[in-house]
Design a protein around this ligand. Sequence first.
Ligand code: ADP
Length: 224
Amino acid sequence: MVPGVKLVVLGKQGAGKGTQAVALSHHFVVPHIATGDMLRSAVRGRSELGLKAKVIMDRGELLSDEMIMEMVSERLCEADVRARGFVLDGCPRTAHQAAMLDDLLDHDTLDAALDIEVPTAEVLERLAQRRVCSDCGTNYSTSHPPRINWTCDICFGEVVQREDDTEDAIRVRLDLYERETAPLIEWYKVRGQLVSVDGVGPPDLILRRIVDAMEEHSGKRYAP
Ligand code: ADP
């Protein structure tokens, strides 16, 4: 079996992080941990965290590092993660989160920090077209809708536009990405953990590029 992996996925909103993180979690047989999905599920469940998170998420702003890292550290302690690793999608997003994650992982145990590179003009177009299943989070777009009437092909949930995919919230999120998250690319590069991949093209091809680039980076073989 392919070895497990500890991987964080960076990239602008709309770069395809979620799509590739799901595909990578299947490829490496490790859990996909997506902070945005965890928060949206807390919003749907109307938990205390969810009620706080909703207002901040709808504005496109970031939750506090402490709130996020508490949620992530709990998940990282679970047995499935301890057995094979994880694909962490949406965290870290700030230098403080990256340092806290490093502490949680006992330093230097990440296999790679993956940066999926897509030009801003392209992500803006993708985000305007993005639609998502409100139950399972599967992504669609106006050019690749589900088969039947905005009903999810996988779980039959309702496929909608995300509440934070408005023009204003997208602008805030991309600004925050440049200010808070993009500097992490250099941070991981200096530590020899960065793997950058061109994220323009069909999802299958991008997955292939990622696995190839990770093999080249680690010298390990990651084909199934
Ligand atoms: P996107 O990458 O398109 O912004 P996500 O689904 O990853 O979407 O995240 C949605 C929202 O959840 C973010 O805009 C932010 O409000 C919140 N969020 C997710 N991850 C984090 C994080 N690591 N730190 C702070 N806020 C976060």
